[in-house]
Write a protein that binds this ligand. Sequence first.
Ligand code: TYD
Ligand code: MG
Length: 459
Amino acid sequence: MVKRKTKFMCQECGYESPKWLGKCPGCGEWNKMVEEVEVTGGNRRGAFAHSQGVSTLSKPTPITAIETLTEPRILTDLNELNRVLGGGVVKGSLVLIGGDPGIGKSTLLLQVSSQLANKGNQVLYISGEESLRQTKLRAERLGIKSENLFVYSETNLEEINRNIESTNPSFVIIDSIQTVFHPEVTSAPGSVSQVRECTSELMRIGKTKGIAIFIVGHVTKEGSIAGPRLLEHMVDTVLYFEGERHHTYRILRAVKNRFGSTNEMGIFEMKEFGLDEVANPSEIFLEERSQGAAGSTVVASMEGTRPVLVEIQALISPTSFGNPRRMATGIDHNRVPLLMAVLEKRMGLLLQNQDAYLKVAGGVKLDEPAIDLAIAVSIASSFRDKPTRATDCIIGEVGLTGEVRRVSRIEQRVQEAAKLGFERVILPANNLSGWQGPKGVELIGVSTVGEALKAALGV
Ligand code: TYD
Ligand code: MG
């Protein structure tokens, strides 16, 4: 029989007390006491070990003698989601989906629930945020009708547990973890100990019964999933659903995945009747590009296994007073001053009294060195007020001496540019050997930033 006892513990010094104290008698710090739940009896280790796919009776085994088995996966109708999950939903996995309020987490999960239910799986959608009627209204809007989809409005974890036992679903959705509470933990729903305790209980249920559980987690102002970071360590997969509210595009990315890569990104569009996947993201990212404008370039960046073409915009304008500003959205802001220093030192561009604003159009975030050259060309283009050609795509990493370095997967990037009608690709000269570009695309190999500027801007 599992018994729970609550106590309070100082996060600084570990002082224990049966009741909450504002000031810790151990170290004198204020507001450091958090609730801890002590579990005695039962086999806690069993649940955890099982969650890791470990038998409690395991012993050291030669690695060659271990049988590999591929996790059984179930595909949803949303290929973008399947890809981010690493090829479908793994049975018995615990997936956390974080995102700002109103971004579409409930919509996404309700759609996925209905797709899974249509395939004959029992799905239990537990909403602690909305009433049954509200969920029904949303389902009507999304055109959902499936007899295998059960909706349940409950926040008490023991009740939830009992209902999971009786309905025996294959999928459970908890919307959201901040609203559920464990009746044996005295602190308020959404607090650190509640979130932690409820998640570990859900993990135990999911792992022992082989149920895939999706948990919605709200994001704090700082941008991380509310509750302890520990939550991210406990679950198998952490997905973030992002996007700007006034844009209809939404990006789903994995930040942790025990069953797949974390580089993948899925793109959706919020429409009147729910989320729709975007199969060709390059097209939408380039849709609103103003052609022939100074400061704009297009780069082919790898997002996981898929190349995506995106526009990088720069605006360079004289500083009116004080220190020049360096601002960047969608790219690492440390890269901007670095590339500006390279342009200044190697190319003689006088940028020290110029403000620089960099932006990746369409709300995507790029995080790879292959976008350096496009940033540098955008900056030079805006500074010189010389537009780049609308049919040029620029790829390359830039080193501190102004050299252009080789990037990975060049063929895929060039293919994508060719598919979207780009006529020239400016790329690292070192990347040129050993393959042939597609027909109709001129490949211009460059080994320094100077050569790239000459090719792109003619200066
Ligand atoms: P929601 O899924 O409730 O967000 P979250 O659970 O992340 O808080 O998303 C709500 C938003 O999505 C709301 O602003 C309305 C919009 N929406 C649509 O545009 N189309 C739809 O079909 C649905 C269901 C919602
Ligand atoms: Mg919601």
